[in-house]
Design a protein around this ligand. Structure first.
Ligand SMILES: C[S@@+](CC[C@H](N)C(=O)[O-])C[C@H]1O[C@@H](n2cnc3c(N)ncnc32)[C@H](O)[C@@H]1O
Length: 235
């Protein structure tokens, strides 16, 4: 689904923005919590990510396409001194994350409920200390390759906003997407792969909570692959 006919093709969001109608409790949690933690991207201006959080945070992390939010919420609970911005265009996913935020009083979570590429473009240089992209939509057909989140343009944006040594994690159970992500990441001069052998990409990082799509892949007998790269320090 294209979000808007006036949106340039490079910034068109494909995929669902809405699913089944929300149950009344989810809807009321969404209405109560989202306005408090929603991130607004200034038109043409820069967004200071640290200013989004009530207390000083050690670092700011970004998770794109958090889906039902289980990984983001677990990260936020385990790292209360870090501010985490989650981006998700699917409103049912946002509502699902807000359950955890509300029940666990996670005041270190902020939500951008629009295309993550917009917020990336508005973040200052060296402002994000970790980036997670877990089980992104694979868009397996070659003619849809431009819709994949990983690509030269987003990697350039990430190279700019990530701090020196920041970790970038991408997970997928789609062999085509894994090959695609590896090609683009290994070719990009700003990133280096941390893997030393197959056990590094065949097992999920020990601190990584299982996501819905990860569980789905395992149930279907597909092997999730975890790619961990670092932002090479600038000279
Ligand atoms: C296949 S799902 C994976 C969800 C979750 N990470 C998981 O592993 O269960 C991919 C998610 O990315 C979201 N998404 C796709 N493109 C996006 C974009 N440009 N900005 C923000 N979210 C996006 C979709 O709405 C969808 O919920």
């Amino acid at each position: 689904m294209a979000s808007d006919a006036a949106t340039p093709a490079s910034l068109r969001v494909y995929g669902r923005r809405k699913g089944k109608p929300l149950k009344p409790l989810r809807q009321s949690t969404l209405e109560r919590v989202l306005p408090r933690i929603r991130v607004a991207v200034p038109d043409g201006g820069l967004l200071d990510p640290r200013s989004l959080f009530p207390t000083r945070c050690k670092d700011v992390w970004l998770e794109v396409g958090f889906g039902a939010g289980e990984h983001l919420a677990a990260n936020a609970a385990a790292n209360p001194d870090v501010g985490i911005i989650g981006c998700e265009v699917f409103i049912n996913g946002v509502a699902s994350l807000l359950r955890y935020v509300d029940a666990q009083k996670l005041d270190n979570v902020r939500v951008y409920d629009d295309d993550a590429r917009r917020i990336l473009a508005s973040l200052p240089d060296r402002s994000i200390a970790r980036f997670d992209l877990l089980f992104p939509d694979p868009w397996p057909k070659a003619r849809h390759a431009k819709r994949r989140f990983i690509g030269p343009e987003t990697l350039d944006l990430l190279a700019r906003v990530l701090t020196d040594g920041a970790e970038l994690r991408v997970a997928s159970d789609d062999p085509g997407y894994v090959r695609w992500a590896l090609q683009h990441l290994t070719r990009h001069p700003a990133f280096t792969w941390t893997a030393t052998g197959p056990s590094d990409w065949r097992s999920s990082p020990p601190d990584s909570a299982e996501t819905r799509y990860q569980k789905k892949a395992l149930r279907a007998g597909r092997m999730p692959i975890f790619l961990r790269f670092l932002r090479i320090p600038r000279q």
